[in-house]
Design a protein around this ligand. Sequence first.
Ligand SMILES: NC(=O)c1ccc[n+]([C@@H]2O[C@H](COP(=O)([O-])OP(=O)(O)OC[C@H]3O[C@@H](n4cnc5c(N)ncnc54)[C@H](OP(=O)(O)O)[C@@H]3O)[C@@H](O)[C@H]2O)c1
Length: 301
Amino acid sequence: MQFHLFNIQDNSNHKKRIKMKIGVTGATGQLGRIVVEKLKEKVPANNIVALVRNPEKCSAMGVEARAFDYSKPESLIASLHGIDTLLLISSNEIGQRSQQHANVINAAKQVGIKWIIYTSLLHADRSSLNLAGEHLDTEAALKASGVPYTILRNGWYTENYTGSLSGAIASGAFIGSAGNGKIASAARADFAEAAAVVITSDGHVNKVYELAGDEAYTLTELAAEVSSQIGKVLPYTDLPESEYAGILKNIGVPEGFAAAIASWDVGASKNDLFDDGHQLSKLIGRTTTPLSKVVAEALAQ
Ligand SMILES: NC(=O)c1ccc[n+]([C@@H]2O[C@H](COP(=O)([O-])OP(=O)(O)OC[C@H]3O[C@@H](n4cnc5c(N)ncnc54)[C@H](OP(=O)(O)O)[C@@H]3O)[C@@H](O)[C@H]2O)c1
């Protein structure tokens, strides 16, 4: 009997999900594009709305796209019309994000959005990364809004490292300031899948998830993995923060961003990018993508 009742409940939630409109911000970004793909595997495409600065970039996505700029609060309400569930993917405009995200949350509240899911930072409440402040501001704004929320505290993308492998291999120098810090990164696709799972399943309201990869590695271990795949030794050289930032600047990275990248590595050296709670693999129902696979994919490009 209990099983029967559970099924009725489950079916009614399933039907609700089939009807609900899901808005995805940042859907033209690298994470957002994968989230839309993963959602399309779970709900009809006409339930998904991409909320983006340039709707024309969504023409091949197969979902409705509406103009949505976090910095234009006056336009947000109209674009949110009819949306039930909102995935707010954090902006990449560092320094403007607290205000931008507050604009979105205020508009969502006015429109009567029923649930906001936000992509935050791993252990935002204790992380020494300078990125944490804006995420904490947004988490606080969400909680104060009274709108039901779920916070996905995403760890580092493995692609943050594998994206620059070709340069490291070409120069024979893999450098950083992460010391022996353990990095429990995961592939963007893993985080995207977690967002899609949360949006389309029950039991996540007002929860905070610390999402990280199952496998943790140091940059020395990452260099060893790359070395074994390319058949050539690529040593990792750990540098003082200012020296690493200086080299990044010399190869063309804007000075402020170079300093930020080096400072994030110092955060990594203090294990700010580490977590062993395995909440990500529990959500997605499989182990996170192995480092070796993400490295192999990057090398194949
Ligand atoms: N966990 C990590 O390792 C990590 C690493 C990097 C970033 N992040 C964070 O995670 C987010 C998603 O990652 P990602 O790889 O998808 O980053 P991404 O490719 O840079 O995408 C960022 C998205 O934010 C959108 N955006 C920026 N400013 C906006 C505004 N004013 N109004 C509306 N949309 C705006 C961009 O729109 P356009 O497509 O129009 O440019 C883009 O779609 C990033 O924005 C950042 O907050 C996390």
